[in-house]
Write a protein that binds this ligand. Structure first.
Ligand code: MLC
Ligand code: AMP
Length: 511
Protein backbone atom coordinates (compact mmCIF):
# COMPACT_ATOMS: atom_id res chain seq x y z
CA UNK A 1 0.00 0.00 0.00
CA UNK A 2 1.66 3.25 -1.15
CA UNK A 3 -1.17 5.56 -0.18
CA UNK A 4 0.26 8.49 1.81
CA UNK A 5 -2.78 8.46 4.07
CA UNK A 6 -2.06 4.84 5.03
CA UNK A 7 1.44 5.86 6.04
CA UNK A 8 0.01 8.54 8.31
CA UNK A 9 -2.74 6.36 9.72
CA UNK A 10 -0.25 3.72 10.85
CA UNK A 11 1.29 6.34 13.12
CA UNK A 12 -1.97 7.58 14.63
CA UNK A 13 -3.23 4.46 16.39
CA UNK A 14 -1.04 4.59 19.52
CA UNK A 15 -1.67 8.33 19.91
CA UNK A 16 -5.37 8.87 19.34
CA UNK A 17 -5.94 11.05 22.38
CA UNK A 18 -3.06 13.36 21.45
CA UNK A 19 -4.12 16.83 20.26
CA UNK A 20 -3.66 17.27 16.53
CA UNK A 21 -4.83 20.86 16.10
CA UNK A 22 -5.42 23.68 18.56
CA UNK A 23 -7.03 26.72 16.95
CA UNK A 24 -6.50 30.32 18.00
CA UNK A 25 -9.82 30.27 19.87
CA UNK A 26 -8.74 27.10 21.70
CA UNK A 27 -10.80 24.52 19.83
CA UNK A 28 -8.92 21.25 20.10
CA UNK A 29 -9.06 18.37 17.62
CA UNK A 30 -7.44 15.08 18.63
CA UNK A 31 -6.00 12.44 16.30
CA UNK A 32 -9.22 10.49 17.00
CA UNK A 33 -11.19 13.51 15.72
CA UNK A 34 -8.96 13.57 12.65
CA UNK A 35 -9.73 9.91 11.95
CA UNK A 36 -13.49 10.31 12.41
CA UNK A 37 -13.87 13.54 10.45
CA UNK A 38 -11.70 12.28 7.61
CA UNK A 39 -13.76 9.06 7.32
CA UNK A 40 -17.01 11.02 7.41
CA UNK A 41 -15.88 13.44 4.72
CA UNK A 42 -14.59 10.49 2.68
CA UNK A 43 -18.07 8.97 2.97
CA UNK A 44 -19.68 12.13 1.56
CA UNK A 45 -17.16 12.38 -1.29
CA UNK A 46 -17.56 8.71 -2.07
CA UNK A 47 -21.32 9.11 -2.36
CA UNK A 48 -20.70 11.04 -5.59
CA UNK A 49 -19.40 7.81 -7.16
CA UNK A 50 -15.95 9.17 -7.90
CA UNK A 51 -13.05 7.07 -9.14
CA UNK A 52 -9.40 7.05 -8.22
CA UNK A 53 -7.65 9.88 -10.07
CA UNK A 54 -10.73 12.16 -10.25
CA UNK A 55 -9.92 15.75 -9.35
CA UNK A 56 -11.31 17.71 -6.42
CA UNK A 57 -10.68 21.45 -6.55
CA UNK A 58 -10.83 23.32 -3.28
CA UNK A 59 -10.62 27.04 -2.77
CA UNK A 60 -11.30 27.30 0.94
CA UNK A 61 -10.08 29.28 3.91
CA UNK A 62 -7.70 27.63 6.32
CA UNK A 63 -9.51 25.46 8.85
CA UNK A 64 -9.07 22.02 10.46
CA UNK A 65 -11.94 20.80 8.26
CA UNK A 66 -9.98 21.83 5.15
CA UNK A 67 -7.18 19.55 6.33
CA UNK A 68 -9.64 16.67 6.87
CA UNK A 69 -10.93 17.26 3.34
CA UNK A 70 -7.39 16.99 1.93
CA UNK A 71 -6.83 13.79 3.94
CA UNK A 72 -10.16 12.34 2.77
CA UNK A 73 -9.11 12.90 -0.85
CA UNK A 74 -5.80 11.11 -0.19
CA UNK A 75 -7.68 8.25 1.43
CA UNK A 76 -9.95 7.82 -1.61
CA UNK A 77 -7.12 8.16 -4.15
CA UNK A 78 -8.69 11.40 -5.44
CA UNK A 79 -6.42 14.17 -6.66
CA UNK A 80 -6.62 17.34 -4.55
CA UNK A 81 -6.19 20.62 -6.36
CA UNK A 82 -5.98 23.35 -3.69
CA UNK A 83 -6.26 26.91 -5.01
CA UNK A 84 -4.95 30.11 -3.50
CA UNK A 85 -7.86 31.90 -1.82
CA UNK A 86 -6.94 35.19 -3.49
CA UNK A 87 -7.35 33.91 -7.05
CA UNK A 88 -9.85 35.90 -9.09
CA UNK A 89 -12.64 34.62 -11.35
CA UNK A 90 -10.49 34.75 -14.49
CA UNK A 91 -7.68 32.79 -12.87
CA UNK A 92 -10.08 30.18 -11.47
CA UNK A 93 -11.88 29.75 -14.81
CA UNK A 94 -8.61 28.67 -16.36
CA UNK A 95 -8.06 26.04 -13.64
CA UNK A 96 -11.61 24.72 -13.96
CA UNK A 97 -11.22 24.23 -17.71
CA UNK A 98 -7.77 22.73 -17.41
CA UNK A 99 -8.35 20.31 -14.55
CA UNK A 100 -11.93 19.17 -15.29
CA UNK A 101 -12.79 18.50 -11.66
CA UNK A 102 -15.57 16.18 -10.53
CA UNK A 103 -16.20 18.17 -7.37
CA UNK A 104 -15.47 21.76 -6.38
CA UNK A 105 -15.50 22.74 -2.73
CA UNK A 106 -15.25 26.42 -1.99
CA UNK A 107 -15.88 29.18 0.49
CA UNK A 108 -19.32 30.80 0.03
CA UNK A 109 -17.45 34.05 -0.75
CA UNK A 110 -15.35 32.47 -3.50
CA UNK A 111 -15.71 33.89 -7.03
CA UNK A 112 -16.73 30.34 -8.02
CA UNK A 113 -20.08 31.01 -6.35
CA UNK A 114 -20.28 34.79 -6.50
CA UNK A 115 -19.54 34.90 -10.21
CA UNK A 116 -21.30 31.67 -11.01
CA UNK A 117 -18.32 29.99 -12.63
CA UNK A 118 -19.83 26.52 -12.78
CA UNK A 119 -22.39 26.03 -15.48
CA UNK A 120 -24.95 23.23 -15.39
CA UNK A 121 -23.50 21.70 -18.54
CA UNK A 122 -20.20 20.68 -17.03
CA UNK A 123 -21.89 18.62 -14.30
CA UNK A 124 -19.44 19.48 -11.56
CA UNK A 125 -20.71 18.93 -8.02
CA UNK A 126 -20.42 22.02 -5.85
CA UNK A 127 -20.11 21.97 -2.06
CA UNK A 128 -19.22 24.72 0.37
CA UNK A 129 -16.86 24.99 3.33
CA UNK A 130 -16.25 28.25 5.13
CA UNK A 131 -13.45 29.38 7.44
CA UNK A 132 -15.34 28.29 10.57
CA UNK A 133 -15.63 24.73 9.23
CA UNK A 134 -19.30 24.99 8.22
CA UNK A 135 -20.95 24.47 4.87
CA UNK A 136 -22.76 21.91 2.73
CA UNK A 137 -19.76 19.57 2.83
CA UNK A 138 -20.01 19.35 6.59
CA UNK A 139 -23.73 19.59 7.34
CA UNK A 140 -24.49 15.98 6.34
CA UNK A 141 -21.60 14.36 8.20
CA UNK A 142 -22.68 11.63 10.57
CA UNK A 143 -20.98 9.29 13.01
CA UNK A 144 -22.89 6.46 11.36
CA UNK A 145 -21.64 7.25 7.88
CA UNK A 146 -17.90 6.64 7.69
CA UNK A 147 -15.76 5.43 4.84
CA UNK A 148 -13.01 3.40 6.48
CA UNK A 149 -11.13 1.69 3.66
CA UNK A 150 -8.13 3.30 2.02
CA UNK A 151 -7.83 3.12 -1.75
CA UNK A 152 -4.70 1.33 -2.90
CA UNK A 153 -2.44 3.67 -4.84
CA UNK A 154 0.99 3.24 -6.42
CA UNK A 155 3.98 5.47 -5.66
CA UNK A 156 3.55 7.13 -9.05
CA UNK A 157 -0.13 7.92 -8.62
CA UNK A 158 -0.86 11.62 -8.35
CA UNK A 159 -1.93 12.79 -4.90
CA UNK A 160 -2.15 16.52 -5.59
CA UNK A 161 -1.88 18.97 -8.42
CA UNK A 162 -0.48 22.37 -7.55
CA UNK A 163 -0.41 25.10 -10.16
CA UNK A 164 2.74 27.00 -10.87
CA UNK A 165 2.89 29.60 -13.60
CA UNK A 166 5.61 29.73 -16.14
CA UNK A 167 7.63 31.87 -18.46
CA UNK A 168 4.77 31.85 -20.99
CA UNK A 169 2.38 33.16 -18.38
CA UNK A 170 0.11 30.11 -18.55
CA UNK A 171 -0.16 28.12 -15.31
CA UNK A 172 0.87 24.47 -15.35
CA UNK A 173 -0.44 21.85 -12.94
CA UNK A 174 2.44 20.00 -11.27
CA UNK A 175 1.43 16.38 -10.56
CA UNK A 176 2.84 15.47 -7.15
CA UNK A 177 2.64 11.79 -6.31
CA UNK A 178 1.97 9.78 -3.16
CA UNK A 179 5.58 8.58 -3.49
CA UNK A 180 7.01 12.11 -3.72
CA UNK A 181 5.18 13.21 -0.58
CA UNK A 182 5.84 10.06 1.43
CA UNK A 183 9.58 10.00 0.75
CA UNK A 184 9.93 13.70 1.48
CA UNK A 185 7.85 13.56 4.65
CA UNK A 186 9.82 10.62 6.06
CA UNK A 187 13.12 12.37 5.34
CA UNK A 188 12.14 15.75 6.77
CA UNK A 189 10.57 14.27 9.84
CA UNK A 190 13.83 12.44 10.55
CA UNK A 191 16.40 15.08 9.71
CA UNK A 192 14.60 17.84 11.60
CA UNK A 193 14.15 15.61 14.65
CA UNK A 194 10.36 15.80 14.90
CA UNK A 195 8.75 13.95 17.78
CA UNK A 196 5.35 13.54 19.36
CA UNK A 197 6.33 16.18 21.90
CA UNK A 198 6.75 18.94 19.35
CA UNK A 199 4.26 21.76 19.06
CA UNK A 200 4.39 23.21 15.58
CA UNK A 201 3.14 26.75 15.14
CA UNK A 202 1.41 26.58 11.75
CA UNK A 203 0.71 30.04 10.31
CA UNK A 204 1.31 29.25 6.63
CA UNK A 205 -1.36 29.06 3.93
CA UNK A 206 -2.45 25.50 3.10
CA UNK A 207 -2.59 25.77 -0.68
CA UNK A 208 1.17 25.53 -1.28
CA UNK A 209 3.94 23.02 -0.74
CA UNK A 210 5.27 24.79 2.35
CA UNK A 211 2.13 24.82 4.51
CA UNK A 212 0.36 21.76 3.08
CA UNK A 213 3.20 19.28 2.67
CA UNK A 214 6.31 20.37 4.54
CA UNK A 215 4.66 21.54 7.74
CA UNK A 216 1.56 19.34 7.86
CA UNK A 217 3.23 16.10 6.80
CA UNK A 218 5.97 16.46 9.42
CA UNK A 219 3.27 16.92 12.06
CA UNK A 220 1.22 13.94 10.87
CA UNK A 221 4.19 11.59 10.76
CA UNK A 222 5.24 12.43 14.28
CA UNK A 223 1.65 12.78 15.56
CA UNK A 224 2.55 16.03 17.20
CA UNK A 225 0.33 19.00 17.97
CA UNK A 226 -0.12 22.05 15.76
CA UNK A 227 -1.20 25.50 16.87
CA UNK A 228 -3.16 26.33 13.77
CA UNK A 229 -3.46 30.04 12.88
CA UNK A 230 -5.51 31.26 9.92
CA UNK A 231 -2.66 33.38 8.62
CA UNK A 232 0.55 35.01 9.74
CA UNK A 233 -0.43 37.86 12.02
CA UNK A 234 2.72 38.82 13.88
CA UNK A 235 0.91 39.75 17.13
CA UNK A 236 -0.99 36.49 17.15
CA UNK A 237 2.15 34.49 16.39
CA UNK A 238 4.02 36.15 19.26
CA UNK A 239 1.05 35.45 21.53
CA UNK A 240 1.12 31.70 20.76
CA UNK A 241 4.90 31.27 20.38
CA UNK A 242 5.62 30.54 24.08
CA UNK A 243 3.71 27.24 23.75
CA UNK A 244 5.48 26.19 20.54
CA UNK A 245 8.69 24.28 19.84
CA UNK A 246 8.96 24.67 16.04
CA UNK A 247 8.01 27.43 13.58
CA UNK A 248 8.12 27.16 9.81
CA UNK A 249 7.85 30.26 7.68
CA UNK A 250 8.93 32.35 4.74
CA UNK A 251 11.66 34.96 5.33
CA UNK A 252 9.07 37.74 5.75
CA UNK A 253 7.91 36.02 8.96
CA UNK A 254 11.38 36.26 10.48
CA UNK A 255 11.88 39.87 9.36
CA UNK A 256 8.50 40.80 10.91
CA UNK A 257 9.24 38.96 14.17
CA UNK A 258 12.61 40.65 14.49
CA UNK A 259 11.22 44.13 14.15
CA UNK A 260 8.44 43.57 16.69
CA UNK A 261 9.10 45.00 20.19
CA UNK A 262 7.24 42.12 21.90
CA UNK A 263 9.43 39.42 20.37
CA UNK A 264 11.37 38.89 23.58
CA UNK A 265 13.25 35.95 25.13
CA UNK A 266 10.20 34.74 27.05
CA UNK A 267 8.24 34.31 23.80
CA UNK A 268 10.71 31.83 22.30
CA UNK A 269 11.78 30.10 25.52
CA UNK A 270 10.40 26.70 24.43
CA UNK A 271 11.45 26.90 20.80
CA UNK A 272 13.91 24.33 19.53
CA UNK A 273 13.79 25.12 15.81
CA UNK A 274 12.98 27.98 13.44
CA UNK A 275 12.84 26.89 9.76
CA UNK A 276 12.78 29.19 6.74
CA UNK A 277 12.22 28.56 3.04
CA UNK A 278 10.34 29.43 -0.17
CA UNK A 279 12.50 32.51 -0.77
CA UNK A 280 16.04 33.64 0.07
CA UNK A 281 16.61 34.47 3.71
CA UNK A 282 18.81 37.57 3.79
CA UNK A 283 22.09 36.96 5.61
CA UNK A 284 21.44 40.13 7.57
CA UNK A 285 18.08 38.78 8.83
CA UNK A 286 19.64 35.43 9.69
CA UNK A 287 22.52 37.09 11.57
CA UNK A 288 20.29 39.54 13.44
CA UNK A 289 17.93 36.73 14.39
CA UNK A 290 20.90 34.75 15.73
CA UNK A 291 22.24 37.70 17.69
CA UNK A 292 18.84 38.38 19.22
CA UNK A 293 17.63 34.86 19.95
CA UNK A 294 20.69 32.58 19.91
CA UNK A 295 18.84 30.53 17.26
CA UNK A 296 20.33 30.15 13.79
CA UNK A 297 17.28 29.87 11.49
CA UNK A 298 17.52 26.58 9.59
CA UNK A 299 17.22 27.40 5.89
CA UNK A 300 16.03 24.79 3.42
CA UNK A 301 15.26 24.79 -0.30
CA UNK A 302 12.41 23.38 -2.31
CA UNK A 303 9.92 23.98 -5.04
CA UNK A 304 6.47 22.85 -6.12
CA UNK A 305 7.78 20.33 -8.64
CA UNK A 306 10.27 18.74 -6.25
CA UNK A 307 8.92 19.32 -2.77
CA UNK A 308 12.04 19.71 -0.57
CA UNK A 309 15.50 19.36 -2.12
CA UNK A 310 18.12 20.50 0.40
CA UNK A 311 18.42 21.56 4.00
CA UNK A 312 20.89 22.86 6.52
CA UNK A 313 21.45 20.36 9.31
CA UNK A 314 19.65 20.13 12.62
CA UNK A 315 22.95 19.31 14.29
CA UNK A 316 26.02 20.64 12.57
CA UNK A 317 26.85 23.89 10.88
CA UNK A 318 23.95 25.94 9.53
CA UNK A 319 25.54 28.26 6.99
CA UNK A 320 23.72 31.56 6.47
CA UNK A 321 23.28 32.26 2.76
CA UNK A 322 23.39 28.54 1.94
CA UNK A 323 20.41 26.18 1.77
CA UNK A 324 22.49 23.25 3.04
CA UNK A 325 23.13 19.87 1.47
CA UNK A 326 20.90 17.66 -0.70
CA UNK A 327 18.47 15.57 1.34
CA UNK A 328 19.31 11.86 1.69
CA UNK A 329 18.47 9.97 -1.53
CA UNK A 330 18.33 13.16 -3.63
CA UNK A 331 20.97 14.15 -6.21
CA UNK A 332 21.73 17.79 -6.83
CA UNK A 333 24.16 18.83 -9.55
CA UNK A 334 25.30 22.03 -11.17
CA UNK A 335 25.57 22.21 -14.95
CA UNK A 336 26.71 24.67 -17.58
CA UNK A 337 24.22 25.77 -20.25
CA UNK A 338 25.67 23.12 -22.60
CA UNK A 339 24.87 20.40 -20.03
CA UNK A 340 28.45 19.90 -18.78
CA UNK A 341 28.55 19.00 -15.08
CA UNK A 342 30.46 21.68 -13.19
CA UNK A 343 32.99 21.26 -10.42
CA UNK A 344 32.67 22.51 -6.85
CA UNK A 345 32.36 26.27 -6.44
CA UNK A 346 31.49 26.73 -10.14
CA UNK A 347 28.22 28.52 -10.69
CA UNK A 348 25.59 27.09 -13.01
CA UNK A 349 22.10 25.61 -13.33
CA UNK A 350 20.76 23.61 -10.40
CA UNK A 351 19.34 20.24 -11.44
CA UNK A 352 17.80 17.59 -9.23
CA UNK A 353 16.75 13.96 -9.35
CA UNK A 354 15.28 11.64 -6.75
CA UNK A 355 12.05 10.22 -5.36
CA UNK A 356 10.93 13.78 -4.58
CA UNK A 357 10.69 14.86 -8.24
CA UNK A 358 7.15 15.22 -9.59
CA UNK A 359 5.48 13.21 -12.31
CA UNK A 360 5.15 15.98 -14.89
CA UNK A 361 2.72 18.75 -15.75
CA UNK A 362 -0.96 17.87 -16.03
CA UNK A 363 -1.81 17.24 -19.70
CA UNK A 364 1.36 19.01 -20.85
CA UNK A 365 3.79 16.27 -21.96
CA UNK A 366 5.81 18.65 -24.14
CA UNK A 367 6.30 21.14 -21.30
CA UNK A 368 7.28 18.27 -19.03
CA UNK A 369 9.88 17.01 -21.52
CA UNK A 370 11.41 20.48 -21.84
CA UNK A 371 11.99 20.68 -18.08
CA UNK A 372 13.93 17.41 -17.81
CA UNK A 373 17.40 16.52 -19.12
CA UNK A 374 17.88 13.39 -21.23
CA UNK A 375 19.24 11.56 -18.17
CA UNK A 376 16.20 12.41 -16.06
CA UNK A 377 17.26 15.41 -13.98
CA UNK A 378 14.71 18.18 -13.39
CA UNK A 379 15.86 21.67 -14.37
CA UNK A 380 14.95 23.86 -11.41
CA UNK A 381 15.57 27.19 -13.15
CA UNK A 382 17.62 28.23 -10.12
CA UNK A 383 21.30 29.13 -10.39
CA UNK A 384 23.95 28.38 -7.78
CA UNK A 385 26.98 26.39 -6.73
CA UNK A 386 28.01 23.53 -4.46
CA UNK A 387 31.03 24.03 -2.21
CA UNK A 388 33.67 21.47 -1.18
CA UNK A 389 31.31 20.19 1.56
CA UNK A 390 28.36 19.93 -0.89
CA UNK A 391 26.56 22.88 0.66
CA UNK A 392 24.38 24.52 -1.98
CA UNK A 393 24.18 28.28 -2.40
CA UNK A 394 21.48 29.76 -4.63
CA UNK A 395 22.64 32.97 -6.24
CA UNK A 396 19.79 33.69 -8.62
CA UNK A 397 17.33 32.31 -11.14
CA UNK A 398 17.52 31.73 -14.88
CA UNK A 399 13.71 31.73 -14.99
CA UNK A 400 11.94 35.07 -15.07
CA UNK A 401 10.32 34.80 -11.67
CA UNK A 402 9.68 37.18 -8.80
CA UNK A 403 9.23 35.79 -5.27
CA UNK A 404 7.32 38.25 -3.13
CA UNK A 405 6.76 37.31 0.50
CA UNK A 406 7.12 33.64 -0.52
CA UNK A 407 4.55 33.86 -3.34
CA UNK A 408 5.69 33.37 -6.93
CA UNK A 409 4.84 35.93 -9.56
CA UNK A 410 5.59 35.14 -13.18
CA UNK A 411 6.08 38.51 -14.94
CA UNK A 412 4.77 37.23 -18.27
CA UNK A 413 1.30 36.63 -16.82
CA UNK A 414 1.12 40.23 -15.59
CA UNK A 415 2.74 41.71 -18.71
CA UNK A 416 0.23 39.94 -20.98
CA UNK A 417 -2.61 41.70 -19.18
CA UNK A 418 -0.91 45.10 -19.08
CA UNK A 419 -0.04 44.93 -22.79
CA UNK A 420 -3.72 44.43 -23.62
CA UNK A 421 -4.70 47.51 -21.62
CA UNK A 422 -5.71 50.64 -23.52
CA UNK A 423 -2.94 52.91 -24.81
CA UNK A 424 -0.07 50.78 -23.55
CA UNK A 425 2.48 49.70 -26.11
CA UNK A 426 4.64 47.41 -24.01
CA UNK A 427 5.60 46.64 -20.46
CA UNK A 428 8.12 44.93 -18.24
CA UNK A 429 7.25 43.54 -14.82
CA UNK A 430 10.17 43.22 -12.43
CA UNK A 431 10.96 42.46 -8.80
CA UNK A 432 12.94 44.99 -6.78
CA UNK A 433 14.04 44.96 -3.13
CA UNK A 434 11.12 45.28 -0.72
CA UNK A 435 11.74 45.75 3.01
CA UNK A 436 9.00 43.30 4.05
CA UNK A 437 8.38 40.95 1.11
CA UNK A 438 12.04 40.56 0.03
CA UNK A 439 11.08 41.37 -3.53
CA UNK A 440 8.18 43.62 -4.49
CA UNK A 441 6.49 43.67 -7.88
CA UNK A 442 6.59 46.82 -10.03
CA UNK A 443 5.69 47.43 -13.67
CA UNK A 444 7.40 49.69 -16.17
CA UNK A 445 5.29 50.66 -19.18
CA UNK A 446 5.73 52.47 -22.47
CA UNK A 447 2.66 54.29 -23.76
CA UNK A 448 1.61 54.15 -27.40
CA UNK A 449 2.85 57.09 -29.52
CA UNK A 450 0.87 60.23 -28.73
CA UNK A 451 -0.77 58.64 -25.66
CA UNK A 452 1.73 59.61 -22.98
CA UNK A 453 -0.77 61.92 -21.33
CA UNK A 454 -3.20 59.04 -20.89
CA UNK A 455 -0.95 57.25 -18.39
CA UNK A 456 -2.91 56.52 -15.21
CA UNK A 457 -1.27 54.08 -12.82
CA UNK A 458 -4.22 54.02 -10.41
CA UNK A 459 -6.81 52.79 -12.90
CA UNK A 460 -4.35 50.32 -14.40
CA UNK A 461 -3.71 48.83 -10.94
CA UNK A 462 -7.45 48.70 -10.30
CA UNK A 463 -7.94 46.83 -13.57
CA UNK A 464 -5.17 44.35 -12.72
CA UNK A 465 -6.71 43.69 -9.30
CA UNK A 466 -9.89 42.53 -11.02
CA UNK A 467 -7.98 39.85 -12.92
CA UNK A 468 -5.06 38.82 -10.74
CA UNK A 469 -4.55 37.60 -7.19
CA UNK A 470 -3.53 40.57 -5.07
CA UNK A 471 0.09 39.59 -4.52
CA UNK A 472 0.74 39.53 -8.29
CA UNK A 473 -0.46 43.11 -8.82
CA UNK A 474 2.40 45.63 -9.19
CA UNK A 475 2.54 47.93 -6.19
CA UNK A 476 3.75 50.73 -8.51
CA UNK A 477 3.67 51.42 -12.23
CA UNK A 478 6.19 53.73 -13.88
CA UNK A 479 5.97 55.10 -17.42
CA UNK A 480 9.18 55.55 -19.39
CA UNK A 481 9.89 56.42 -23.04
CA UNK A 482 11.53 53.18 -24.14
CA UNK A 483 12.38 49.80 -22.66
CA UNK A 484 16.09 48.87 -22.80
CA UNK A 485 16.49 46.10 -25.39
CA UNK A 486 19.52 43.91 -26.14
CA UNK A 487 20.76 42.83 -29.59
CA UNK A 488 18.46 39.80 -29.49
CA UNK A 489 15.49 42.11 -29.01
CA UNK A 490 14.96 41.04 -25.38
CA UNK A 491 14.10 43.51 -22.65
CA UNK A 492 17.12 44.02 -20.38
CA UNK A 493 15.35 43.65 -17.08
CA UNK A 494 18.61 43.93 -15.14
CA UNK A 495 18.92 47.54 -16.35
CA UNK A 496 15.37 48.27 -15.21
CA UNK A 497 15.99 46.56 -11.86
CA UNK A 498 19.05 48.80 -11.34
CA UNK A 499 17.11 51.90 -12.29
CA UNK A 500 14.15 51.15 -10.03
CA UNK A 501 15.89 49.26 -7.26
CA UNK A 502 14.96 51.77 -4.59
CA UNK A 503 11.32 52.07 -5.71
CA UNK A 504 10.02 50.95 -2.33
CA UNK A 505 12.21 53.40 -0.48
CA UNK A 506 11.23 56.43 -2.56
CA UNK A 507 7.56 55.69 -2.96
CA UNK A 508 6.84 59.27 -3.95
CA UNK A 509 8.23 58.72 -7.46
CA UNK A 510 5.28 56.45 -8.20
CA UNK A 511 3.39 57.48 -11.31
C1 MLC B 1 -0.06 39.90 0.74
N1 MLC B 1 0.10 40.89 -0.17
C2 MLC B 1 1.24 40.68 -0.82
C3 MLC B 1 1.76 39.49 -0.30
N2 MLC B 1 0.93 39.02 0.65
N3 MLC B 1 1.85 41.38 -1.79
C4 MLC B 1 2.99 40.90 -2.26
N4 MLC B 1 3.55 39.76 -1.81
C5 MLC B 1 2.95 39.02 -0.84
N5 MLC B 1 3.46 37.89 -0.41
C6 MLC B 1 -0.72 42.06 -0.43
C7 MLC B 1 -2.05 42.03 0.25
O1 MLC B 1 -2.99 41.45 -0.61
C8 MLC B 1 -2.30 43.50 0.50
O2 MLC B 1 -2.68 44.14 -0.69
C9 MLC B 1 -0.93 44.03 0.82
O3 MLC B 1 -0.03 43.15 0.12
C10 MLC B 1 -0.55 44.06 2.26
O4 MLC B 1 -0.91 42.86 2.85
P1 MLC B 1 -0.37 42.41 4.30
O5 MLC B 1 -1.50 42.52 5.24
O6 MLC B 1 0.87 43.08 4.68
O7 MLC B 1 0.00 40.95 3.96
P2 MLC B 1 -0.22 39.72 4.83
O8 MLC B 1 -1.64 39.31 4.83
O9 MLC B 1 0.41 39.97 6.15
O10 MLC B 1 0.58 38.59 4.03
C11 MLC B 1 1.97 38.60 3.95
C12 MLC B 1 2.48 37.18 4.20
C13 MLC B 1 1.80 36.27 3.15
C14 MLC B 1 3.98 37.18 4.04
C15 MLC B 1 2.10 36.72 5.60
O11 MLC B 1 2.09 36.74 1.85
C16 MLC B 1 2.20 34.83 3.29
O12 MLC B 1 1.67 34.12 4.12
N6 MLC B 1 3.15 34.37 2.48
C17 MLC B 1 3.56 32.96 2.52
C18 MLC B 1 3.49 32.38 1.15
C19 MLC B 1 3.84 30.89 1.13
O13 MLC B 1 3.33 30.10 1.93
N7 MLC B 1 4.68 30.50 0.23
C20 MLC B 1 5.09 29.10 0.09
C21 MLC B 1 5.08 28.70 -1.36
S1 MLC B 1 5.70 27.02 -1.50
P3 MLC B 1 -3.73 45.32 -0.77
O14 MLC B 1 -3.68 45.75 -2.16
O15 MLC B 1 -5.02 44.70 -0.35
O16 MLC B 1 -3.23 46.33 0.23
C22 MLC B 1 7.26 27.19 -2.12
C23 MLC B 1 8.14 25.98 -2.07
C24 MLC B 1 9.03 26.08 -0.89
O17 MLC B 1 7.67 28.23 -2.46
O18 MLC B 1 10.24 25.99 -1.02
O19 MLC B 1 8.48 26.25 0.19
P1 AMP C 1 7.48 27.47 -5.91
O1 AMP C 1 7.39 27.25 -7.38
O2 AMP C 1 6.45 28.36 -5.35
O3 AMP C 1 7.52 26.19 -5.26
O4 AMP C 1 8.84 28.22 -5.66
C1 AMP C 1 10.05 27.55 -5.80
C2 AMP C 1 11.18 28.52 -5.89
O5 AMP C 1 11.36 29.20 -4.64
C3 AMP C 1 12.51 27.83 -6.12
O6 AMP C 1 12.71 27.47 -7.47
C4 AMP C 1 13.48 28.87 -5.63
O7 AMP C 1 13.70 29.85 -6.63
C5 AMP C 1 12.72 29.52 -4.48
N1 AMP C 1 13.18 29.05 -3.16
C6 AMP C 1 12.64 28.12 -2.35
N2 AMP C 1 13.35 28.01 -1.21
C7 AMP C 1 14.37 28.90 -1.30
C8 AMP C 1 15.44 29.29 -0.46
N3 AMP C 1 15.61 28.76 0.75
N4 AMP C 1 16.31 30.22 -0.91
C9 AMP C 1 16.15 30.79 -2.12
N5 AMP C 1 15.15 30.49 -2.96
C10 AMP C 1 14.26 29.56 -2.56
Amino acid sequence: MSNLYALFEERFSPNLTQSFIITKDNRTYSYQDLLSSTSQIAYILNSYKLSKGDRVIFQVKKSPEAIFLYLACLKLGLISVPLNTSYTASEISYFLDDIEPSIVICDPESPIIKENLLTDQNQIHLLTLDGSGKGSLIENLSNDACHESIVDTQVNDTACILYTSGTTGKPKGAMITHGNLASNAITLHQIWGFSKNDILLHALPIFHVHGLFVALNCALLSTNTMIFLEHFDVDEVIHHLPKATVLMGVPTYYARLLSHPDFTASTYKNMRLFISGSAPLLKEVSDNFFIKTGHRVLERYGMTETVMIASNPLNGERVPGSVGTALPGIDVRITADDGRILAENETGNIQVSGPNVFNGYWRKPDKTKEEFTDDGFFKTGDVGFLNDRDYLTIIGRSKDLIISGGYNVYPKEVENLINDYANIEESAVIGVPHPDFGEGVIAVVVMEPGKKEEFDATTLIKFLKQHLANYKVPKFVFAIDKLPINVMGKVQKNILRDRFQDAFERQTIAN
